[in-house]
Write a protein that binds this ligand. Structure first.
Ligand code: AGP
Length: 364
C-alpha cells in the first residue's frame, strides 16, 4: 500500500479497509505446507535455542502492547511456553529480574517508541536476547534487536493504529506456530492453524462488507458518555484494544474489564446510560460470557455483542465469521475499529489526528 488516499476521506478508513491485503502480505511466502511449519528468516534463533526458551516476555506500548497480550496467549496455547505481555513503559522503571532463559520480544509499529527502545537497550546491556516484532523496516528497535520479524502492514499514517494491530497479531500467530512446531504442536494442529490463517483475508473482507450495519450501530450508541468493554481470556485484549480505539478517536470514555471481574466491582456502574460492548466468541467460555450478558441485562444495561451468532440478551449483535478458537481474536476487533471510526465521524472529530496524541512517542 502507498500513502495515496485511494478515494478514502481519512487514513483511518483507508487503513482499516486495507487489512485483508495486509494480512495476506504478512503470510505470503512464510508457510511450508509439507511440514506445517513457518519460515521467519530474520529470527536468528535456531531450533536448539528455541527449545531452550523457558519463558517469553513481550514488551510494547498502547496498541502494540494489546497485540502483545494476544501474542502471549497464542504462544502459550500453541507453543506451551509461559508468556506474558507488559507495557514497556512500566517494565523499564521497575528494575525487572532479567532471566537468561527468557526470550524478550519488543513490539512496535514505528520501531521508534522511546519507552520500548529504552527497555530493549536495558535488556541488551544485561545480556538478554531480544527479538523485534516491528512494522517500520530499519527503525531503531528493529536495528537494536538481535533478530525478529517485520509485520508488513505497509505505511500506517493515522495516529490511531488499526491495520498494524491486526498484522502484528498475525505475526505473533506465525511466531507461536513456529515455536509450537519446534516443540510439541502436532502436524495436525499446525495444519489446522495454517488453514485458519489462510481463511483470514476473506473473512476480514466479509466483516468490512458489513460496514453500513456497523455504522448504524455506532449511531445507536453515540449518545453514550461512557462505555464498558468486556471480554474473557482471548476476548479481554480485544476488549482493551477496542476501548482504546473508541477513547482515542471519539474521546468517549471507555473502560475495559475482564468479563469475569464484573461482579467484583464494575457491575455497580451498569445502568441504561452505560452501554457495554461484549466480546462473545463461540468457544468453551460461551456460556460463561452469556451469564455476564444476563447480569448486565438484569441491571438494565444496553449491550452490543460481537459474536459468532446473535446473542439473545444483547440489544444488538455484530456477527463475525468463525475461525479457529485461537485465531478468533484477530477478527473480533475489526468491526470495533469501524465502530470507533463511525462514532468519531458522527461527532465531527479529527479522525487522523486526535487531540493530544502523536503517531510515535519518541520522547520520555
Ligand atoms: C495506537 O492507536 C496508539 N496511537 C498508541 O497506543 C501506539 O500504539 C503506541 O504509542 C505505540 O506505538 P508503536 O507501536 O509505534 O510503538
Amino acid at each position: 500500500e502507498s500513502y495515496d488516499m485511494g478515494g478514502h476521506d481519512t487514513y483511518m478508513h483507508k487503513e482499516i479497509s486495507e487489512q485483508a491485503d495486509a494480512v495476506d502480505r504478512v503470510l505470503r511466502g512464510r508457510i511450508d505446507d509439507r511440514f506445517a511449519t513457518v519460515h521467519l528468516g530474520g529470527l536468528n534463533l535456531d531450533a536448539r535455542e528455541a527449545r531452550g526458551v523457558r519463558r517469553i516476555k513481550i514488551l510494547g506500548c498502547g496498541t502494540s502492547y494489546h497485540a502483545g497480550q494476544i501474542g502471549a496467549q497464542l504462544i502459550e496455547e500453541l507453543a506451551r511456553i509461559p508468556a506474558d505481555a507488559e507495557p514497556a513503559s512500566e517494565f523499564r522503571y521497575r528494575n525487572p529480574v532479567v532471566d537468561p532463559d527468557t526470550l524478550y520480544v519488543a513490539v512496535s509499529q514505528s520501531g521508534e517508541t522511546y519507552d520500548v527502545l529504552a527497555a530493549v537497550q536495558e535488556l541488551k546491556r544485561k545480556g538478554a536476547r531480544v527479538l523485534g516484532v516491528v512494522n517500520v523496516v530499519g527503525s531503531a528497535i528493529a536495528r537494536e534487536a538481535d533478530g525478529g520479524t517485520y509485520v508488513h502492514a505497509g505505511p500506517e499514517v493515522c495516529v490511531v493504529s488499526t491495520k498494524c494491530f491486526t498484522n502484528t497479531v498475525v505475526a505473533f500467530a506465525l511466531l507461536a506456530l513456529h515455536l509450537g512446531r519446534i516443540r510439541d504442536l502436532s502436524v495436525a494442529d499446525g495444519k489446522r492453524i495454517i488453514d485458519g490463517l489462510r481463511r483470514l483475508p476473506a473473512q476480514i473482507s466479509e466483516i468490512l462488507a458489513n460496514e453500513d450495519e456497523i455504522k448504524k450501530m455506532a449511531a445507536e450508541y453515540a449518545d453514550a458518555k461512557s462505555m464498558m468493554f468486556i471480554g474473557r481470556v482471548r476476548g479481554f485484549p480485544v476488549a482493551r484494544e477496542a476501548a482504546l480505539k473508541l477513547k482515542e478517536v471519539s474521546y468517549i470514555h471507555a473502560e475495559a474489564y475482564p468479563a469475569s471481574e464484573l461482579k467484583h466491582g464494575p457491575l455497580a456502574l451498569i445502568e441504561p446510560a452505560m452501554p457495554t460492548v461484549a466480546i462473545v466468541p463461540d468457544d468453551d467460555l460461551l456460556e460463561k460470557n452469556r451469564a455476564a450478558l444476563e447480569e448486565i441485562k438484569a441491571r438494565s444495561g444496553r449491550i452490543l455483542a460481537v459474536a459468532h451468532q446473535v446473542q439473545e440478551k444483547a440489544d444488538h449483535t455484530i456477527v463475525v465469521p468463525k475461525n479457529e478458537n485461537e485465531l478468533d481474536p484477530i477478527l473480533m476487533g475489526i468491526p470495533l475499529q469501524l465502530f470507533a471510526y463511525h462514532t468519531a465521524l458522527a461527532m465531527g472529530r479529527d479522525i487522523d489526528k486526535p487531540r493530544n496524541l502523536a503517531k510515535s512517542v519518541t520522547v520520555e
